[in-house]
Design a protein around this ligand. Sequence first.
Ligand SMILES: Nc1ncnc2c1ncn2[C@@H]1O[C@H](COP(=O)(O)OP(=O)(O)OP(=O)(O)O)[C@@H](O)[C@H]1O
Ligand SMILES: [Mg+2]
Length: 453
Amino acid sequence: MTRAISLHDVSKSYTRGVRVVDRLSLDIPPGEFLVLLGPSGCGKSTVLRMIAGLEEIDEGELLLDGAYANELPPSGRDMAMVFQNFALYPNMTSRDNIGFPLRIESPGADPRPQVDATARMLGIQDLLDRLPAQLSGGERQRVAMGRAIARHPSAFLMDEPLSNLDAKLRNHLRAEIFRLTRDLGVTTVYVTHDQSEAMSLGDRVAVLRGGVLQQVGTPREVYALPVNVFVAAFIGTPRINLLRGLVRAPMGGAMTVSLGRQYLRLPEPLSLDHQLLRVQQGREVIVGLRSEAVRIGKPSSARPGEVPLHGLVEHVEFQGHEVLVHFNTGSQSAVVPDLEAPRPAARPARRRRREAGTVLDRLRERAGALRGGPAGAPRGGPVGVLDRPGQGEAPAAAEPRLPGDLIVRTTPDIGLRHGMQVPLLVDLAHLFVFDQHGERICPAPARLPDLEE
Ligand SMILES: Nc1ncnc2c1ncn2[C@@H]1O[C@H](COP(=O)(O)OP(=O)(O)OP(=O)(O)O)[C@@H](O)[C@H]1O
Ligand SMILES: [Mg+2]
C-alpha cells in the first residue's frame, strides 16, 4: 500500500509568534517522490517530523489518504523514517537490525525471508552477520535503509540520508534510492539542501525558504520557470548570474535593459514577454542569465535573438570537461544573502509581503545597519539582495565572493587568460527578469511552461 499525504495550511512554532513552518500546503499523491529542498534552518526536518507524527502540528491539517491525521500516533501512520545519522543497534548484527521492526510488528513470525529479500534488494547479503562497527558508513546507511524498507511501509520519510557519505558513495546510493523507491512505488518525502540531489531524485521538488513554500514543481519546471529570484538562484549549477538592471523603454526607441556600463538591447519585434517588461520602464530589476544564456562569440556570429556584450576575464575555473570563465562586465551582481547562510536567527512570523518593503529598500536598510546606521533586525520578506562589495555597500557575511559578475561555461580548449577582453553573446530567449520584490516578471508569470522548446 502506498498513500497520499496532504498538508493544508500547516504551521509550526517552537517559540511563541515565531513560525518555523508558515502555512504550508502540499498535496503528495500516492507513489510520488517529493523532495523538500531549502537552505539550512528553513524548516524541512520540521515538516518531515510533522508528517511522521514526531512533532505536533500547531495549525492546519495533515491528511493521510484524505483522512484527518493530526492526532494519529506515529505508530499508527505506517511510515518509515531514515535519518542522516541512523542509529543502528550496536550490539545487533545487520540481520537483527533489519529484522527488529518486523519482530516488533509480528512477534510470532519468522522475519528471515523478508530480511533476506530486503538484503538482496540492497546488495548487502554478505553483510548480514556483521555488527554496525564492522561496516563502513555507506554500508551502515544501507542497513538502515533495509530496516526502513523491510516492513513495507506505506511511505518513506528520508531526512538527508546521504549527507554523511563521501561524494562517490552518495551518488551511488542516490541511484539506488531512486531505483528502489520507483520499484516499490511507495510515496517518499525526501529532505535535502542539495539542489542537484533534489533535481536528480524528485518527481517534484518543493522549495522552502524561511518556513514558507516558494514553489513546487517538476525539476524542469522549477529550473525553467522559477517563481522568484530565490528559487532561480537556489536551483542550477553553476548558479544563475544575477545582475542589477534598469529597464529603459523610451517612446519610439529601442527597449533596453541597462546593466551598468553595458546594456542588452531587446530584439525587435519584441516578444510578448519582452513587451510586458515595458511597464517596468525606469525601474530597477534583477536580470537572471543562466550559463546556457551566454556564450563566447563575436557580434558577427550572433544568431537570431542573441545580443552582444563584452567582458574582461577575471578568473578561469578549470573543471576538466569544461571551464567556467568569470567575467567582469561592469555590472553589479545581485545576490540572495541567505542562500547558503548558516541557520538564520529565529524571526517573527512573516509579515505580509508588500508590507516588508522592496528588496532595494531592505538592501539600503541593511547596508545602513551594517555601516552603523539605524539599528534593528533585518526585515523578513520574499527575497534579499545586496550589492557587490566595492560599490559602497557592505557584503553579506555568508555569501561566498567570486571574482567577476558573470560566469560563462565553455569548452576547456578555449585558451582564455586573465585580463583578456572577450566578446559575448546573450540569448534573450533565455532572459529572466525579476522585479524589486524578487518575483519573476520575464518570462511572464502567467505563461504556461513551454518545456519542449
Ligand atoms: N526543538 C526545537 N526547538 C526550538 N527551535 C527549533 C527546534 N527544532 C528546530 N528548531 C528551529 O526551527 C527552524 C527549522 O528547523 P529545521 O530543523 O526544520 O530546519 P532544516 O531545514 O531541517 O535545517 P537543516 O538543513 O539544517 O537540517 C530552525 O530555525 C531551528 O532552529
Ligand atoms: Mg534538517
